[in-house]
Design a protein around this ligand. Structure first.
Ligand code: IPE
Ligand code: IPE
Ligand code: MG
Length: 263
């Protein structure tokens, strides 16, 4: 006799049942890795790879729009990337500035809402202003939310949320025993968007590199050897197919999942 009964399955919330049935991710996060190696393999400077990577970003945004994915989160610069040689960091900042300036009109025309996540206070004033203007211009768009993680770290994100809660405790607005996962997640970046369903990493490594840690707690992970500049529409769709073929269980048993899917 099965130890699972209908009433066991009834314990499942409507939200979880919906997640289990979902074959298309609502939120995709990508660690865009491999630009430097792509360029070096052709005997070119690393920056050539970063520039080629920008074209791939454009392509990924249009594929995400075409597929009806609600949120696309791209890791552009991590809190650890400051450790790179000054010259590369400067080039990346310049590239970020020029790309923002160049692409914003097209993003806006295509109904994309741009949301930069990360500690931007370390960027130049010029870049911070550019970011604020781009976010403001596209704030009402609703075809796709494009989160670009710049000077972002998953630990930083959790820390800044904890600090916001600590302030509320200090002011007496909350007591420490009222802190909840839900409450903390409301102070994280992308708090109004679905959690990450699918995390893709290009470039052949198998790690998360301090990207969205909390929001990807139950994400499906897809790793590919393809270097970011070569990640085309076909590769993106293949990752989505892999996602659709996985059984996401969220702590339930496989039998419970099958029951939910059959409902
Ligand atoms: C990812 O490509 C882009 C950034 C981190 C800015 P890399 O620059 O890390 O490329 P590889 O991993 O050295 O090939
Ligand atoms: C992760 O790539 C960060 C971005 C893609 C922006 P890295 O190349 O910095 O990751 P590690 O250092 O190899 O883990
Ligand atoms: Mg890398």
């Amino acid at each position: 006799m099965s130890i699972e009964s209908q009433s066991d399955t009834d314990k499942v919330t409507a939200g979880l049942a919906e997640l289990v049935k979902q074959s298309m991710p609502k939120h995709v996060a990508i660690i865009m890795d491999g630009n430097g190696r792509w360029a070096q393999a052709q005997g070119k400077p690393r920056v050539v790879g970063h520039k080629a990577g920008v074209k791939t970003v454009r392509r990924a945004v249009s594929t995400a729009r075409e597929l009806g994915i609600g949120s696309l989160t791209l890791f552009a610069f991590s809190s650890e990337n400051w450790r790179r040689p000054d010259k590369e960091v400067t080039l990346l900042m310049e590239l970020f500035f020029t790309v923002l300036q160049r692409e914003i009109k097209l993003l806006h025309k295509n109904g994309v809402r741009l949301n930069i996540i990360g500690d931007i206070s370390r960027f130049s004033e010029r870049l911070q202003k550019q970011i604020a203007a781009a976010m403001e211009k596209t704030a009402d768009n609703d075809k796709l939310v494009l989160n670009v993680a710049a000077n972002y770290g998953g630990r930083w994100d959790i820390l800044q949320a904890a600090q916001a809660l600590a302030k509320k405790v200090e002011s007496g607005e909350l007591s420490s025993n009222q802190l909840t996962e839900e409450g903390l997640s409301q102070h994280l970046c992308m708090q109004n968007q679905p959690e990450v369903d699918l995390m893709i990493r290009t470039g052949g490594d198998y790690r998360i590199s301090n990207f969205v840690l909390w929001q990807a707690a139950y994400a499906e992970l897809v790793f590919t050897d393809i270097l970011w500049p070569d990640f085309d529409e076909h590769a993106f769709k293949q990752a989505i197919d892999t996602f659709a073929s996985r059984q996401r269980r969220f702590g339930l048993t496989g039998t419970q999942i099958e029951t939910l899917q059959a409902e």
